[in-house]
Design a protein. Structure first.
Length: 228
């Protein structure tokens, strides 16, 4: 994965109030840490950061140039998002060096199509791997082509690029192929539909009215007056 150059500003305001003011200014509050260095609080341009994450994923490598002259390489370690605004609230960035090995979680994509009349159940969407900090893959792939019901895909089945090592348990389940339910099985799981209470009461009242005898002095229904 190629690195993305991004500028940053030192951040001197802290706490919720300072973070809100930083975000209102179109920046994302962030902190740089690692290699025994004292944590450095910075602010990243929100649009540029969001664009890089959309393109490269959560493991995008950043070449950060801070306005005070600091130049570092860093990987996102933790990203906090606002689910309503779909914006970034805060980012923890881990300092890395070229040639340094890092352990990260990488998304897994399933390729191909399983056998007919099967369903795929995802157990884990990411896998922990170890790779060069400058060569972390944006995703991994595992083939499900032609797999029959009852087959399980484990971490050991995932294809790893050159230089990338599996850090997770090889037996960790990634996905399982199961038999698709039949129409009868699906129908059996559907809840019975009951008429709304108001409609049921209205139906009962109508039935009672139809069965009630005519009151004294009232004419009977036409059918009752007809002689055989």
């Amino acid at each position: 994965m190629s690195e993305v150059k991004i500028s940053a500003e030192p951040r001197t305001e802290f706490g919720k109030g300072g973070a809100r003011r930083t975000r209102r200014a179109g920046m994302v509050p962030a902190v740089l840490y690692g290699h025994g260095e004292k944590p450095k609080h910075i602010a990243l341009p929100a649009r540029e950061f969001a664009a890089a994450i959309r393109k490269g994923g959560a493991n995008q490598l950043f070449a950060i140039e801070v306005s005070d002259g600091t130049q570092v390489l860093a990987l996102p370690k933790a990203i906090q998002r606002d689910p309503i605004k779909d914006s970034f609230e805060h980012v923890d960035l881990l300092l890395v060096r070229r040639g340094e090995k890092v352990t990260v979680e990488v998304p897994v994509q399933l390729t191909g199509e399983a056998a007919k009349d099967t369903l795929i159940v995802h157990d884990h969407d990411t896998l922990s791997v170890t790779a060069d900090a400058t060569k972390v893959p944006d995703h991994l792939e595992a083939s499900i082509e032609g797999l029959e019901a009852g087959t399980q895909v484990t971490a050991a089945d995932v294809e790893l690029p050159s230089g990338v090592e599996l850090a997770a348990d090889p037996e960790l389940p990634v996905a399982a192929v199961t038999a698709a339910p039949t129409a009868e099985q699906l129908e059996a799981t559907l809840p019975e539909v009951e008429a709304p209470a108001e409609e049921a009461e209205a139906g009962e009242e109508a039935a009672e009215g139809a069965e009630a005898p005519a009151a004294e002095g009232e004419e009977a229904p036409a059918e009752a007056k007809t002689e055989a």
